[in-house]
Design a protein around this ligand. Structure first.
Ligand SMILES: C[S@@+](CC[C@H](N)C(=O)[O-])C[C@H]1O[C@@H](n2cnc3c(N)ncnc32)[C@H](O)[C@@H]1O
Length: 278
């Protein structure tokens, strides 16, 4: 494996930050060598310094996409952090449906802002299907699911998961109901996939064109950014949230440093945020 020296490590750190906002931190040497070394051989690049200059060439989209995909952590799970999905099922979504009904609207817009390989948006779609099972009212449910990694977004759109990936899921009955066997795994059923629209999106960039949402999830991704970027993203997310909207972060994250933007409520053991002024 090609060793990364201090100078090259700093160049790669800058490159990664500009590509996806991720701070490599004190373990940068290990991360660079373990995750990016295979790219040197794959793209016939001599060393990390050459990798950086080549990746900054506008024509090298494929190389940049590989760097982003390898350096980002895609760890995820169907119904990850069960308390969050309990809050969605028993509090947040019923309240949003009621508010929409009162406003004579049957259109609910949700954004999964770092969706990885799709388990998060599909889990929300499954919970919504459960809630709407007993009603004959037609709802227009739109779940926009985005991630900075092209391969993660492609995998998410396919909706195919290996059996071992599904084994750790905390609500197996919903996996059984809303996926069907295919090959050596299971595929998410069309009725669930049709609620979700996937696209590649870097949270560092302007996302105002996505429109406004009733519910936004930005879970387990802000931890990879520095304070300035994190606050900037939170402010822009707040601008995309409808006045009655709800916002969720990961179970181990909190928004104590953003109390002027969001206020917290606790439901079913999960922290649920609303706009501070609402
Ligand atoms: C640990 S996963 C979290 C997935 C899911 N939200 C969950 O909680 O299970 C973090 C995801 O954030 C994505 N990510 C990292 N930097 C990003 C950025 N700048 N913009 C959008 N997504 C990013 C990664 O590609 C990865 O798929």
């Amino acid at each position: 494996m090609i060793h990364v020296d201090e100078r090259s490590a700093l160049l790669v750190t800058d490159l990664v930050k500009s590509l996806c906002g991720v701070e490599l931190g004190v373990t940068k040497g290990y991360l660079i060598e373990s995750r990016l070394a295979p790219l040197l051989e794959q793209f016939s690049i001599q060393d990390y310094e050459a990798l950086c200059s080549r990746a900054r060439n506008v024509a090298e989209h494929a190389l940049r996409a590989e760097i982003i995909d390898r350096i980002t952590t895609h760890e995820t799970l169907f119904f990850r952090d069960k308390s969050c999905f309990d809050a969605l099922q028993h509090k947040i979504l019923p309240e949003l449906f009621d508010a929409k009904t009162a406003a004579a609207s049957r259109h609910l817009r949700i954004w999964s802002a770092a969706c990885s390989t799709g388990q998060e948006p599909y889990s929300i779609a499954m919970i919504i299907s459960e809630l709407l099972r007993s009603t004959s009212t037609l709802w227009n449910i739109e779940i926009v699911a985005t991630d900075v990694s092209d391969p993660a977004v492609r995998a998410a759109s396919l909706g195919m998961y290996k059996n071992h990936e599904l084994a750790r899921c905390s609500i197996p009955t919903l996996i059984e109901r809303y996926t069907e066997p295919e090959g050596d795994g299971r595929k998410v059923r069309h009725e669930i996939r049709s609620m979700c629209r996937f696209q590649t999106l870097d949270l560092q960039r302007d996302f105002s064109l996505l429109g406004s949402f009733d519910l936004i999830l930005c879970r387990n991704v802000l931890i990879y950014f520095d304070q300035t970027l994190r606050t900037d993203i939170l402010r822009r997310i707040a601008a995309r949230l409808n006045p009655t909207g709800r916002f969720l972060v990961g179970a181990t994250e909190n928004l104590l440093d953003s109390q002027t933007i969001f206020r917290r409520e606790d439901h079913c053991g999960a922290s649920v945020y609303r706009l501070a002024g609402s």
